[in-house]
Design a protein around this ligand. Structure first.
Ligand code: MTE
Ligand code: MO
Length: 327
């Protein structure tokens, strides 16, 4: 079982490291270009990357948010230069390393950005992302993340509980699932020109899962607005499930009666199901899920049931034994 509610003095040193230490050389260079652009010293060539620069995020005054001490870790936070260069975000390509995804994602404009709230709700509407973020109380949580490909990381997300957003959206009683949808814009997301994938990226949760205290909507990471590769300006974090459930760059949240079929379930339903809860005892058809490689430390460690969050979420699945809960 994951050690929770540790006193703050027991946090690993990296958890208390100021943001400046996380800034990689590349990020410092990026900031320099941003300053030049702001001062009018550069030509138009720099304009495109600046559109995706989190340093210009209109909500940056809200960071860093206060850390919620209920969510801690028993191993070190993954350094930003590692997690920010190891990103599954197929809209921007499938080569997650060497800043392939990060560099392409940086071209995505962060504003204007709206989120459509529709389906079984009191009043369907389309809301500007800044209005949503400012309506919510931001907090920081240290969460583990376990990809179905057997790698893991631990990151300080900033955001707000999904259940607060659900309450704000005012779903009707007939709503059984929440469906999340990513933007479609092949002109900035070259992966969306690959027609083997049924864009947009979608996935979903039951209402009970969405209103569990662990389900989190992320707006920032490492104490600042999230860089695009993490799924700015709004992504999910459902840490007890395999990473593909954590939909990035959300533009639409729908409350529905029917179970959504996610992109990966559509592509390969035999390997990726709706529930996708982490379980070391249930292998992927092509590999074991018994252990995972920590991308920060490089260590291999045993995978935990519900990724260590069983105490909070196991009760959600009582009485669902007929379902494929772990794939
Ligand atoms: N829209 C979208 N969301 C996505 C993905 C994606 O390709 N597109 N990949 C998923 C997978 S497989 C993982 S492991 C996580 C990766 O999040 P990270 O880059 O913050 O580690 O995002 C998830 N959300
Ligand atoms: Mo993943």
């Amino acid at each position: 079982m994951l050690i929770r509610r540790r006193p703050s003095w027991a946090l690993p040193e990296s958890a208390a490291t100021p943001e400046s230490v996380y800034l990689s050389r590349r990020h410092l260079l990026g900031a320099g270009i941003g300053l030049l652009a702001a001062a009018g010293l550069s030509d138009g060539a720099e304009a495109a990357p600046a559109a995706g620069d989190p340093a210009t995020d209109p909500t940056r005054d809200l960071y860093p948010a206060k850390r919620n001490p209920s969510y801690t870790l028993d191993h070190p936070i993954t350094p930003e230069e590692v997690s920010g260069n190891y990103n599954n975000f197929y809209e921007f390509g499938s080569d997650r390393r060497n800043y392939q995804v990060a560099d392409i994602a940086e071209r995505m404009p962060r504003r204007p950005w709206t989120v459509k709230i529709d389906g079984l709700v009191e009043k369907p509407r389309e809301v500007g992302i800044d209005d949503i973020i400012r309506a919510m109380a931001l907090e920081e949580r240290l969460y583990r993340h376990r990809c179905v490909e057997a790698w893991s990381m631990a990151v300080p997300w900033t955001g707000f509980p999904l259940k607060d957003f659900v309450a704000w959206a005012q779903p009707l009683s007939g709503a059984k699932y929440v469906r999340f949808e990513t933007f479609v814009n092949p002109s900035v997301a070259p992966g969306q020109n690959r027609f083997i994938y049924p864009w947009p990226y979608i996935d979903g949760l039951t209402m009970a899962e969405a209103t569990n205290e662990l389900a989190f909507l992320v707006t920032g990471v490492y104490g600042k607005p999230a860089p695009n590769q993490y799924g700015a300006p709004l992504r999910l974090a459902v840490p007890w499930k395999y990473g593909f459930k954590s939909v990035k760059s959300i533009v639409r949240v729908s409350f529905v009666e029917e179970r959504p079929v996610g992109l990966w379930e559509q592509v390969q339903g035999r390997e990726y199901g709706f529930w996708a809860n982490v379980n070391p005892a249930v292998s992927h058809p092509r590999w074991s899920q018994a252990s995972e490689r920590d991308i920060g430390t490089g260590e291999r460690r045993p995978t935990l049931i519900y990724n260590g969050y069983g105490e909070q979420v196991a009760g959600l699945y009582a009485g669902l034994s007929g379902e494929k809960l772990f794939m």
